[in-house]
Design a protein around this ligand. Sequence first.
Ligand code: CA
Length: 632
Amino acid sequence: MKLTCFLPLLAGAALLLSPVAQAAASLPNPAAEAAAAAPAITRVDPTFWWVGMKNPRLQLLVHGPNIGASTASLTYPGVTLNGTRKLESPNYLLLDLTISPAAKPGKLSLEFQGAKKTKFSYELRARSTEPGRVQGLSSADFVYLLMPDRFANGNPKNDVVKGMKAPGVARDSMYARHGGDLKGIENNFSYLKELGVTAIWPTPVVENDEPRASYHGYALTDFYAVDPRYGSNEDYVRFVRNAHQQGLKVVHDVVLNHMGTSGYLVQDPPAKDWFNQWPTFTRSNFRDAAFNDPYVSQYDRKQFGQGWFDRHMADMNQANPDMANYIIQNFIWWVEYTGLDAYRVDTYTYSDRKFLMDWGKAVLDEYPQLGMFAETWVQGTAQQAYFARNIFPEVDGFKSNMPGVLDFQSQYAINEALTRDAGWTEGISKLYYTLQTDWMYENPMRNVVFLDNHDVSRFYSVIGEDFQKYKMGLAWLLTTRGIPQLYYGTEVLMKNYSNPDGKVREDFPGGFPGDKTNYFSAAGRTGQAGEAFRYVSTLANYRRTHPALHAGKLMQFIPNEGVYTYFRYSDAGTVMVMMNSNKDEKTVDMARFAERLNGFSSGTEITTGTAVTNLQSVKIPGRTAWVVELKK
Ligand code: CA
C-alpha cells in the first residue's frame, strides 16, 4: 500500500512547484530516460475499486516512470476502456473505464505497451453487504472529537515507523508525535460509551508523512493510506467494524483543500496546475468573506482560495477536472472501503466553488444516507448558512450540497453567554438571537454544536475555570438543537489557551504508558474531574434515551433579566431548560411559558434528581442551568 519510499528517486520533482523548475522539467531527464528502459507501475489510484457502484465510471491515475509514453489496453468482461490520456508529466497516464452492472469481481489485467510491455493487475472487489455500514449522523448522536496521536497509545510498537520522515516520538514536545493510535481509541470504547458518546470523530487518520508537526493529520501525503503510526488500512476497517459492533459511529475527517508537500502528487505532480502556483510562497488571506463578497476584488478572492494554507500544505487546484475527479473518487473509496458513517470536511470554504458542489453531489449520489458536516469558521449566520444547504437560491454560482456545518456561530454565542453580562443582545441574549437566525438553513438540526475544538482555546479556560459556568455550557450543548460535539478532555476539565495550538492538544491523562493520572478509569477520576465526567455522562445518557432532545422541536423565549428558557418537545415528552446567567438567584414567573407548560404539573431536574413541584414560579440559583423533564 505504501509506496512513497519510491519518491526520492524522482530527482528534482519536488522543485516543480516553482516556475523556474517547471521550465527545467521539460529538459532531458537522465533519470526518467533510464527508468523508461525498465517501465514499471508504481501505483494506480484508486488502489482498487468495486463492481456494482451507482456511478459506472472509473478514472484510474496510473503512475510510473515514463508510463505516459505507453498505450494501455485491457480485456475483462463487463469493463470497457473508453480512452487514455497523457498528462503534462510523463510519469502519469489517465485511464477512463466503464464498469457495467454485469461485471464480476476479479483481477483485471491492465497492459501497457511502451518500449517494453508492462502488466498491472487491478482489483475489482464485490461491495460489502455487512450490516451497520454507513449509518449517517443525526441529532440523536453525540460526537466525540479526538486527536489520535494524543488520545491513547494502544500499540507502542507502531510509534516509530522506519522510513517515515518525522523523527521518533517525543511526548515533551507539542509539535512531535506522541504515539497515540487506533488501538488506543479502541481500548477506550467502553470509556466513551460510559460517557454517552455515540460517534467518534478522530482528526484525520490518513497518512501525514511530513518531517515536522504533522501529528494533527491535516497535511495528507497519501490519499489512500492510513498513517502507519495509527495502524494499517485493514486496522482502520476493523476499527470501524468494532466501533459499529459497540454501537459507536465513526466520523472520518477529510481535507479537500490542501495536501502535505511530501505527498507523491506534490513531489511529482501529474500537471503543474494540479496545485495552485505562486511565484513566491503565498499564504491564503484566510478571509472567507472573499468567497462571496459582492464587492470582492479578484486579488482578494484569488489569495483566499488559491493561497496556500501553510508552507507544507500545497493548495490543490480543484478547478482542474482531473484533480477534482481524483478527490471525488477518493472520498467515495473511503466510504465503500470502510463503511464509515459520516464525513467532517476540513477548510470547506477554501475550495473551488464548482468543485464543492460537484464533490458533495457525487458523494451523496452514491451514499444518500452518509452524514456530512463542514468546517465553516466564519462570521455571522448568513455566511455560515451560505456554506450549508439553505433556503437561498443559487448565489453567485454557488449552492452548497453540505447537509450541515460546524456551528461556530452558536459556539461564539455560548462563550459570550458565559463571559459577558446579559444585555438586549449581549451575553446570554446572544444565544437567543443566534438560534433565531436558523431560518436560513434547510435544516438547522443537522448543524454540529460545540463548546471547543482542536483549533480554539479550551472551554474550561475560556470561562475562567468556573465550574458553575462549565455545567451551564454542557447543559446547553446537550439540550440545544443540532448534533452536539465534545472535544476530548473537556469532560475531565482539560484546559489551556490555543497559543500555540499544541497547548489544547495535550495527551489525555491515562492514555500513555507511565501516566500517573488515569482519567479513563472511574477510580482515577478523583475530585472535580470526576464530578465533571459524571455531569456530562448523566446528561449525555439522558439525551441518548430521550428522543425529545434529538427529534424534538425547539421553542425558545426571549431572555429576561439574564435568564434564558427554552423547551425541547415532541410526543415523546417535554424538557425545559432554564439558564440563569446572573451571579445571583432569580425568581422567574412561569406564566409566559404557559403554551409549553400547560398540562404539566411538576418536573425533575435530571442532573440532580431534584423535584420541581411548583411550575407557577421558580427560584433558580445564580449561574445555574436546569434541565427539567416535565411530568403530567
Ligand atoms: Ca502507538
